[in-house]
Design a protein around this ligand. Structure first.
Ligand code: ADP
Length: 624
């Protein structure tokens, strides 16, 4: 008995997305066809790939193709492929739900903002290609049989949030998507997608390079392929137009934005391969989700092998899209073999090198474009500073930084070029946000001496700064660590600043005792000008942001006790000194100590253990 018809509802997010899709206005509805052809092409790729390792499927790959058929009288358009197909579970999972968490989050956001429509360039980023059929169709069916499986299925939906599933008699493996086009009068500005001429034109424009024949019968019943099938990356670079790149990029990425940069090269000699890579102009929604797809496709001698091949690019270049086509790897390579392959490692090194070179040229030739690139992907690229020591200097060369100097982002070379003669270190401060960094009390003396400081406010900065000690012979120095002496005397800060002042010495000792649970030492600061106090680590202490990051990641971290530096020329410290000198045991002295400590923690964007007690103490003090 074939399973009878059952009705299902889409997963909530999928329903919402579908709803947005149907009610949005599109400047270019033609692209639904590109999405469906792209899915069909992927399905053929997958079948050929599975057949490489699965004997029982190898008889099915003789005539892989895509077929398009229209019936103008019925207003239907059908796109068929004899590719991998889907079984019942896959239909439910792939079509009825949205798996990607980034997409889910975004849909939620759009709904909360009450936005009724979907920004067009985002549709592609979602990977909801199939749903775009509902832009032009009132009802859609999918009839599909998974290659090598017994049963075929028919899925059908009027786009209202429900769909039905029932068994079908389809014999051939693969999938047919049939669109029941909206009535002509409802189409508005849409073209008539049941007109074969219009279909031909759209296929030629968007899908010419699809590697499988896309066939359609002409008026006389004769069948012809509509596309040239020429793999774009096998053609000479000079012949490929920008338009073709744009379409190809969209085909492989489903991202409708224009790529920011194209990197196309051929390696010969040791390993022979071609790489056609693109830097997207916008970061995908799931950039920082751990297991996000890496997006590089692997081809071997023009044959598609796999999507998101992780071994070809290092993780810190995971924003790249595109493909590598190798001449040397064996066709039956598995993911496990890839990981251990020396040849793949050679490809990875060479790709990494080329990409970094290309970014360097981009920085040199098109600064503005590079700055946008950096704002999207700089955080990711910086991961390479600790994960790829070999290319560290190259990455530093193309890294951009906020600084306390002139407006705009600076390279390290620019920073070093602006250093005054007596400065021989690269100063930086890490902070949870740019604003906290810019206003950090640690910078005060540097600012007053006209010393520029890099402001590092990305979480990844906490991770690479301990690992990277210098750039072209210039040491990286945190302004929040160690002693600071910016006077030209050359004597160490401690000797220079330490007063031969016994009263102050005694006070510092007393404060140190009072705060011994919180700080290592209380001392006079060489870096403060306007603020009363700040906290300073030793060279190898965890920074407060790093401490917070580790805690957030669920690690037990020992509390780091840093040094409290105070500014003797600040009136608050002056007042404290007076009270202390009049009566060392005055309870206000301890209160001042706690307040100086709390203020220091707050000013670096940190956390105080008991904020209520702190604000009460400040309030009481103000009242007095
Ligand atoms: P995307 O293609 O971006 O993943 P779609 O909504 O277009 O998003 O498709 C969702 C999934 O459904 C695909 O990833 C694929 O697994 C499956 N699918 C879609 N069309 C086909 C097809 N013609 N043959 C086999 N599987 C398909």
């Amino acid at each position: 008995m074939p399973e009878s018809r059952q009705t299902f509802t889409f997963q909530a997010e999928a329903r919402q997305l579908l709803d947005l899709m149907i009610h949005s206005v599109y400047s270019n509805p033609d692209i639904f066809l590109r999405e469906l052809v792209s899915n069909a092409s992927d399905a053929l790729d997958k079948l050929r790939f599975e057949a490489l390792t699965n004997e029982s499927l190898s008889g099915l790959t003789g005539d892989l193709h895509i077929q398009i058929a229209t019936v103008p009288a019925d207003r239907t358009l059908a796109i068929s492929d004899n590719g991998i197909g889907m079984n019942r579970d896959e239909l439910v999972e792939f079509i009825g739900t949205i798996a990607r968490s980034g997409t889910k989050e975004y849909v939620k956001l759009l709904r909360e903002k009450g936005s009724g429509s979907l920004p067009e360039e985002l549709i592609g980023q979602f990977g909801i290609g199939f749903y775009s059929s509902f832009m032009v169709a009132g009802r859609v069916t999918i009839v599909t049989r998974r290659a090598g499986e017994e049963k075929a299925w028919k899925w059908e939906s009027p786009g209202d949030g429900t769909y039905t599933l029932e068994e079908d008699a389809r014999q051939e493996q693969g999938t047919t998507v049939t669109l029941f086009l909206k009535p002509k009068e409802e189409e508005g500005s849409f073209r008539d997608y049941s007109d074969p001429e219009i279909i031909r034109e759209i296929i030629r424009r968007y899908s010419d390079f699809v590697a499988w024949p896309i066939r359609m019968k002409d008026e006389n019943g004769a069948e012809a392929a509509l596309n040239s099938m020429k793999a774009l990356w096998t053609r000479p670079e000079s012949e490929i137009t920008e338009e073709e790149h744009k379409e190809f990029y969209r085909h492989i990425t489903h991202d409708w934005n224009k790529p920011a940069r194209m990197i196309f090269f051929k390696a010969e000699g040791g390993m022979e391969f071609r790489a056609l890579l693109y830097v997207p102009s916008k970061a995908p929604l799931d950039m920082f989700i751990r297991d996000m797809a890496r997006g590089i496709q692997l081809y071997i001698r023009r044959i598609f092998i796999m999507d998101d091949c992780r071994d070809i690019v290092p993780e810190y270049l995971r924003f790249l899209r595109g493909l590598v086509d190798s001449e040397d790897l064996p066709l039956n390579i598995s993911r496990e073999m890839l990981q251990q392959s020396r040849q793949v490692e050679t490809i990875r090194k060479s790709v990494t090198r080329k990409v970094l070179d290309s970014l360097a040229s981009m920085l040199k030739d098109t600064r503005e474009a590079y700055v946008s690139f950096w704002q999207e992907f700089g955080k990711v690229l910086k991961e390479g500073l600790f994960s790829d020591a070999r290319n560290r200097e190259r990455i530093l060369e193309v890294a951009l930084f906020e600084t306390t100097g002139p407006d705009g982002l600076a390279t390290l070379d620019e920073y070093v070029g602006r250093m005054p003669g007596e400065q021989d270190e690269i100063y930086y401060v890490t902070a949870p946000t740019l604003t906290v960094g810019k206003n950090s009390p640690h910078l005060e003396a540097f600012a007053s001496k006209g010393r520029e400081v890099l402001i590092l406010a990305d979480p990844v900065d906490e991770i690479w700064t301990p690992a990277v000690t210098e750039y072209k012979g210039k040491k990286f120095t945190s302004v929040a660590r160690g002693l600071v002496d910016l006077d030209e005397s050359g004597k160490s800060g401690a000797e220079n600043e330490k007063p031969s002042d016994e009263g102050l010495d005694a006070l510092l000792k007393y404060l140190g005792k009072t705060l011994e649970d919180e700080v290592k030492e209380v001392r006079i600061s060489g870096r403060l000008k306007a603020s009363p106090s700040c906290l300073v680590g030793e060279d190898f202490d965890l920074s407060p942001q790093m401490e917070a990051l580790l805690r957030a990641a669920g690690q037990d971290v020992l509390k780091v006790r840093r040094n409290l530096e105070i500014n003797p020329s600040h009136p608050l410290v002056g007042k404290l000194r007076k009270i202390y000198e009049e009566e060392p045991s005055d309870p206000r002295v301890a209160r001042f100590a706690r307040i100086l400590f709390g203020l220091a923690a707050l000013s670096e964007g940190g956390r105080i253990d008991d904020p209520t007690a702190f604000s009460r103490e400040v309030a009481d003090l103000l009242a007095e």
